[in-house]
Design a protein around this ligand. Structure first.
Ligand code: IPM
Ligand code: MN
Length: 384
């Protein structure tokens, strides 16, 4: 038998373990039903609980241990909650979330994909009816930019203190993320043609395309990297004449995400600007409870990519069994689809999971059910 596809399961903190339990139940059903050659190992780290026992968030060789896997499925990291318990074991964010950034960096997961599609049944926050058609893919540069962690504090604790936080933008990382955006735009257009739901986007010179990439910068104030991004975008775009191009400044993009989000298809943004825009985009798709995310390394198949919902550990509702597992399950579906490059049998399992989650949302959207009830309803749909 071929080598199994191996998943490292890291539930993390807060609602992480609660939503992960439902993801694992769905994976169990899919594995049994399709005899998938899939294995997973659960890790108690990174987490607050591990820190409480060992004084660190994860073992020193954590990255080496995880390197052996084909994917990492992560629940959430951060404040473990419950938020109204002042006695809970709590670390500073910079410490509890450091493993997340170390994983992205350590495995060069340079793409962060955050789709924002308003599925039927999901809560529509915008009053305009056209918001029903929101279907965009925000691609966040995930390896550098504002997140390189360079800088420091001089004369700390004195009135003369100076803090520097350096942003680094390389040609290499810029080119690969922009090219990735164009490739995704093409794939999305092809998908839509297959599903007879073609969309059209106008180019500046009046042509009509079936997909679009919108580049986000703040080039009017942050001109150095803004100009680099703009130039690379223009160069790469020449290779994709079938894809319409667009540019927005990040502040205007915030406005237009609310005003007319249905006009966006693929959006490419820097690490921090993509981070901020994707909380907004999550709400356009029905809220944090339904917003999936993944951190991909499309260039090096020997390191694992990481799949985690956009939401955090939600300490305000942790431990109550009321967290929505939908985001976690859509993220798990994307993981299976991604892993199909190793084992093609996983592609249909991923699609099945996506369809079951979407069908559940369409049927039940409205009054909230508990985490477990939602997971169970979706498992039932998956059962043979
Ligand atoms: C996210 C989160 C993280 C980020 C935090 C927790 C460091 O907000 O995944 O969007 O900023 O990348
Ligand atoms: Mn974020």
């Amino acid at each position: 038998m071929a080598h199994p596809t191996r998943i490292a399961v890291t539930p993390g903190d807060g609602i992480g373990p609660e939503v992960m339990a439902e993801a694992i139940r769905c994976l169990e059903v899919l594995r049994a039903k399709h005899r998938l050659n899939l294995e997973w190992t659960r890790f108690p780290w990174p987490s607050h609980a591990w820190h409480q026992e060992h004084g660190v968030c994860w073992p020193q060789d954590a990255l080496d241990q995880l390197r052996e896997f084909d994917a990492i499925l992560l629940g959430a990291l951060g404040d473990p909650g419950p938020a109204d318990d002042p006695e809970r074991y709590l670390l500073p964010d910079s410490e509890s979330l450091a493993p997340l950034l170390a994983l992205r960096k350590g495995f060069d997961q340079w793409v962060c994909e955050r789709p924002a599609r308003l599925l039927k049944g999901a809560r529509q926050y915008l009053a305009d009816d056209r918001a029903r058609d929101v279907d965009m893919l925000v691609i966040r540069e995930n390896s550098e930019g504002e997140y390189v962690g360079q800088g420091g504090r001089l004369r700390k604790g004195t009135p003369d203190e100076v803090a520097t936080q350096v942003e680094v933008f390389t040609y290499r990382a810029t080119e690969r993320i922009i090219r990735y955006g164009f490739e995704q735009a093409r794939l999305r257009a092809e998908d839509r043609v297959r599903q007879s739901r073609t969309r059209t986007f106008q180019t500046h010179d009046g042509r009509v395309c079936e997909s679009q990439v919108c580049l986000i910068t703040k080039r009017n104030a942050l001109g150095h990297w803004g100009d680099l991004y703009t130039e690379v975008f223009e160069t790469v775009a020449r290779e994709y004449p079938d894809v319409a191009t667009h540019h927005e400044l990040v502040d205007a993009a915030c406005m237009k995400f609310v005003q007319s989000p249905w006009r966006f298809d693929v959006v490419v943004a820097s690490n921090l600007q993509g981070d901020i825009l994707t909380d907004l985009a999550a709400v356009l798709s029905g809220g944090m409870g339904v917003a999936p995310s993944c951190n991909l390394n499309p260039t090096d198949p020997t390191v694992p990519s990481m799949f985690e919902p956009t939401h955090g550990s939600a300490p305000d509702i942790a431990g109550q069994g009321i967290a929505d597992p939908t985001a976690m399950l859509l993220t798990t579906a994307r993981m299976l689809e991604w892993l199909a490059r190793k084992d093609p049998a996983l592609a249909s399992a991923g699609r099945e999971l996506f369809d079951a989650v979407a069908a559940d949302l369409e049927q039940h959207g409205g009054p909230p059910r508990g985490t477990h009830d939602i997971g169970e309803a979706i498992c039932k749909r998956l059962q043979p």
